[in-house]
Design a protein around this ligand. Structure first.
Ligand code: ME8
Length: 495
């Protein structure tokens, strides 16, 4: 039996409202999950929220809210948005869940017993918004090298994880597993980072009240990143090492943004190695979105609210735009004018029009579906289907959408070239064949767009009057009938 495919997203901080960057990772994860389910694989999509630490506590205090109430509300905001964006996740873990807290305790105790955690003194700088430690040489003028905000000085007793002991093993793993860190640019970044000195990691703080206490020294609170990363094994059931854990772990695809690649491609695998657990198949760090050419920030007022964008354009169009606009792995810019351009051209004109014109012609001419000659379209459909597994494994959404749109464009040109309105008068036999070919292309297109645009896919099938259950149902030679077509509203109405 095939392994259950485990796909993970980061656990988002609950101190701020979800924005387009969070939606991006979710849409990508959901698209991968939908594809593999569509191929008959069992998938577990894991997501959740990161709720401990000083940043969260300060945010709650700032608005005089009880911190538990604050994180409960924060988690709900994410859940609500995922529902709106049609994100079909299987598990939502919160770092305040008991099973997670118990798992963190178990892991830290195990590592302590193994001699991989020791007590020392930490002296250095800390960025609260990024929840990250820096040495003075990494920071200019006391400013965070990542976010530019002021750093705080820390000097206190702390427990350390022997991260340095894993440097060579990590480098070897990266070399031996070319798909472990994707894309290649991120892999090079991590290899460069590991080429320098890898210091042990401070994993506890004395002065943070909101978090998990160290099981062997309750004066200390676990560093939020160690806490949060462990969700990836607490959620699938590491605590009791149940069968479900063995069925799910290791993750096949861990998705995240490039901002947190070091945590996921250095600290996280080292922790797994320390626990003698297998490493994830792929850690994929996608790029960063800006908005209208600028970094998104509250003060600039240019933060894109995904719920609002979905209201304005429709959920499917938003999902499409996010995965179409940039090659997954590269940075991108959210621009209303480019969104509109893609909406009008690719969704309304190319895809929406193809469906509506083909169905109008079938309704009008009522030909007999015939299968005399596929005129090459069959090969394009088969080639598209044949390439998908490989591309989805690489999360190469751009290449997949290129293939789908190539098919759509070919079908539109085929309409222009074969001129069914003339065939209706001159060659009814050929007309039946042309419209049957187009019906078959649309059947495949409905299937192919499903992971990206699940509702539009459903509408295509409804209008074609079919309900394919598996890929065999959309293969070229599977019989068709025009009897159940049901031309409906435009897929993507003009804005
Ligand atoms: O880092 N462009 O949570 P977070 C693209 N709690 N992606 C973006 C983005 C943008 N402008 N902004 C956010 C944390 N993201 C930790 C994670 S995991 C164990 C703990 C996405 O709320 C992207 O996936 O700051 C990024 O890595 C993540 O949100 C950061 O979310």
């Amino acid at each position: 039996m095939d392994k259950i495919i485990l796909i993970t997203t980061p656990l988002y901080y609950v101190n701020a409202d979800p924005h387009i960057g969070h939606a991006y990772t979710q849409v990508a994860a959901d698209t991968l999950a939908r594809y593999w389910r569509q191929r008959g694989r069992e998938v577990h999509l894991l997501t959740g929220t990161d709720e401990h630490g000083e940043k969260i506590l300060r945010a709650a205090r700032q608005i005089n809210k009880d911190v538990k109430e604050f994180v409960d509300e924060g988690a709900e905001k994410f859940k609500k948005l995922w529902e709106k964006l049609n994100i079909n996740y299987d598990q939502f873990i919160r770092t305040t869940d008991k099973i997670h807290i118990d798992t963190v305790n178990k892991v830290l105790y195990t590592l302590y017993e193994k001699g991989l955690i020791y007590k020392g003194d930490y002296s250095g700088l800390y960025c609260v918004p990024c929840e990250t430690f820096f040495t003075p040489s990494q920071a200019e003028e006391n400013l965070c090298p990542d976010c530019g905000r002021e750093l705080e000085s820390l000097s206190q007793e702390s427990y350390f994880f022997k991260l340095s002991a894993f440097k060579d093993k990590l480098l070897r793993h990266i070399e031996e597993n070319p798909d472990f860190i994707m894309p290649g640019s991120r892999k090079n970044e991590i290899k460069g980072f590991l080429a320098g000195e890898l210091k042990d990691l401070s994993i506890s703080r004395l002065d943070v009240e909101w978090g998990i206490k160290l099981p062997f020294d309750s004066r200390h609170t676990v560093y939020v990143w160690v806490d949060a990363l462990l969700n990836y094994i607490s959620a699938p059931g590491y605590l009791n090492e149940q069968q479900c854990f063995r069925d799910l772990w290791p993750a096949d695809m861990q998705l995240l943004g490039k901002d947190i690649i070091k945590f996921h491609a250095v600290i996280w695998p080292a922790m797994l190695m320390a626990l003698n657990l297998p490493l994830p198949g792929t850690v994929f760090a996608h790029g960063w979105w800006t908005s209208e050419g600028k970094k998104m920030s509250k003060s600039l007022g240019n933060v894109v609210d995904p719920a609002q964008a979905a209201d304005e354009w429709g959920v499917d169009a938003l999902r499409y735009y996010l995965l179409r606009q940039v090659t997954f792995g590269q940075d991108g810019d959210f621009s209303k004018s480019r969104f509109k351009e893609r909406y009008d051209t690719e969704l309304a004109n190319e895809l929406g029009n193809l469906l509506s014109r083909v169905l109008s012609m079938i309704e009008k001419y009522r030909p007999n579906a015939s299968s005399v000659s596929p005129e090459g379209l069959d090969l394009t459909v088969e080639a598209a289907l044949g390439n998908l597994d490989k591309l989805y494994r690489k999360a190469d959404f751009s290449a997949i959408l290129d293939i789908i749109w190539d098919l759509i464009k070919k079908a539109n040109s085929y309409v222009e070239q074969s001129k069914p309105w003339i065939l209706a008068k001159e060659d009814p036999g050929k007309l039946g064949c042309v419209l049957a070919n187009l019906f078959r292309v649309l059947r495949a297109v409905g299937w192919l767009i499903y992971p990206f645009m699940p509702s539009a896919s459903g509408q295509v099938f409804e209008q074609l009057g079919i309900s394919p259950a598996c890929v065999d149902d959309i293969k070229w030679n599977k019989e068709i009938s025009f009897n159940s077509i049901n031309k409906g509203e435009p897929l993507f109405p003009k804005k």
